[in-house]
Design a protein around this ligand. Structure first.
Ligand code: MV4
Length: 454
């Protein structure tokens, strides 16, 4: 097992990783930017190295600075968390060359899944259902029009280098596709430096249901069940839950088996997430795979009783998982609400500043993953996630009641937060019945604005 791990991240996920390392008796090295010298992750790690100025590109995204920090502190492994370098195949390759273990999948798996057109083809070849669409990337607008003609409108143009919804365009007609194609291409080139596009049939009001997978290098690959992440605003997840209110045991098994087939096809190692779109008729389709630990992983931890960071570290050190699919048991219901430093009534504008008062909820079945403390100043340079509030209870209605109670206890002063907005979402009939889809939050917000006369 590793004796020292460098955590190449900041905020709540860095704190989350350091906590597990401490329980495993592994020493931790935090890296921080000049803006994060008083951040919690910097303070609680065994050692810390300042790796550069506040902007991410000069610190948390600097491969050279991070590998230098690992070298000088003698770290044998790096945990990348999520975002930043976590899905960067170049970083994976350089870590391997330097003899430093990257806690995550291989460069090859990152390359195959990072290219969304290749990921689609790999899924299809592995017998995983994909949305009807193009084979690989589209050479030109004529090929897009021919593909759309074959599968029928509406269609969705997506960037091969995209993911998470960036650079997508819907077209209802050939005329619309004709004008959307060059716009999407320019956008993809500007955003990702890669203008390749692919096309899918646009599904109406699907749910976003993702499968957590875990694989070791000894041939064990397991599904840890699903998370329903349909409550999103502009591709930002707001609230996630497991189990999904709409999956039965049979659908769960079939989606889990499909996710495991894809992972086996790319020799996947570690924790990963296979995202599916679930149509209202019960058909599910592969969307993309995330080759990292995800923000919402605690939801799966609560229902399975596993520590996913611990499992990631064990697998990266070469240990076998030591249990099989039948040993994975799901208990109760878990919900996560993301609390951001944002003004919900100003279009979710980020709201950095100093937290003057902080009271964190507690009590039975309540977990808070956060890196803030009273007196902490939220810097303007990074994303605005302040805390993840996770509850676990025996049934969904009990979990919802527990989340309401816990949100009501949360006291954060000095910055605007999304606590009240989350309470409003939890009061809707759609959330309470579990009958919501990926369009629900936008419809809810549109209604709300028209009511308030905005
Ligand atoms: C789709 C779709 C409908 N049909 N693809 C948005 C995030 C990105 N990962 C893919 N997304 C979508 N892809 C097809 N063929 C609808 C969405 C979508 C969505 C997906 C998940 C969660 C929220 C969403 C909100 C709007 C659109």
């Amino acid at each position: 097992m590793f004796s020292r791990i460098l955590v190449a991240n900041r905020g709540e996920i860095a704190v989350r990783i350091i906590r597990t390392c401490r329980e495993m008796g592994i020493r931790t090295v935090a890296v921080c930017s000049e803006a994060d010298r008083s951040a919690l992750h910097t303070q609680i790690a065994d050692e810390d190295v300042c790796i550069g100025p506040a902007p991410s590109r000069d610190s948390y995204l600097s491969i050279l600075a991070i590998l230098s920090a690992a070298r000088v502190t003698g770290a044998e492994a790096i945990h990348p968390g999520f975002g930043f370098l976590s899905e960067n195949p170049t970083f994976a390759r350089i870590c391997a060359k330097c003899g430093i273990a990257l806690i995550g999948p291989s460069e090859k798996a990152m390359l195959l899944m990072g290219d969304k057109a290749t990921a689609r083809q790999t899924a299809k070849a592995a017998g995983v259902p994909v949305v009807p669409g193009s084979e690989g990337s589209l050479a030109n607008v004529e090929e897009a029009l021919a593909t759309a003609e074959a599968i029928g409108y509406p269609v969705l143009v997506k960037a091969v280098a995209g993911g998470g919804g960036r650079g997508m365009r819907v077209a209802e007609t050939p005329e619309a596709l004709h004008s959307a194609f060059p716009l999407a291409r320019a956008e993809a080139r500007a955003c990702f430096g890669d203008d390749r596009l692919y096309l899918e049939k646009y599904l109406l009001r699907p749910r976003h249901v993702e499968i957590q997978v875990l694989a070791d290098r000894h041939g064990t690959c397991l599904s840890l069940g699903e998370r329903d992440c349909s409550l999103q605003r502009r591709n930002q997840k707001l609230c996630e839950e497991s189990p999904s209110p709409v999956l039965d045991a049979d659908l769960r098994r079939r989606m889990g088996e499909a996710a495991v087939r894809l992972c086996r096809a790319v020799d996947y190692e570690g924790a990963g997430t296979v995202e599916f779109l679930l149509a209202s008729d019960g058909h599910f389709y592969f969307m993309e795979m995330n080759t990292r630990i995800q923000v919402e992983h605690p939801v799966t931890e609560m229902v399975t009783g596993l520590d996913l960071i611990r499992e990631q570290i064990r697998v990266a050190a070469g240990e076998p998982l030591g249990y099989g699919q039948d040993d994975v048991r799901f208990e109760g219901h878990a919900i996560e609400c993301r609390i951001n430093a944002e003004s919900a009534d100003r279009g979710f504008l980020p709201c950095p500043g100093t937290i003057s008062v902080l009271h964190v909820p507690g009590g039975p079945g309540v977990r808070v993953d956060s890196a803030v403390y009273q007196g902490y100043t939220v810097p303007p340079y990074y994303d605005s996630l302040l805390a993840k509030l996770i509850v676990h209870a025996r049934t969904r209605p009990e979990a919802v009641a527990r989340m309401r109670r816990a949100l009501g206890e949360f006291l954060i002063k000095g910055v605007d937060t999304t606590v009240e907005f989350q309470l409003d979402l939890l009061r809707t009939p759609e959330f309470n019945s579990g009958e919501y889809d990926t369009g629900f939050v936008t419809r809810f917000l549109d209604n709300r604005e028209s009511r308030s006369g905005a």
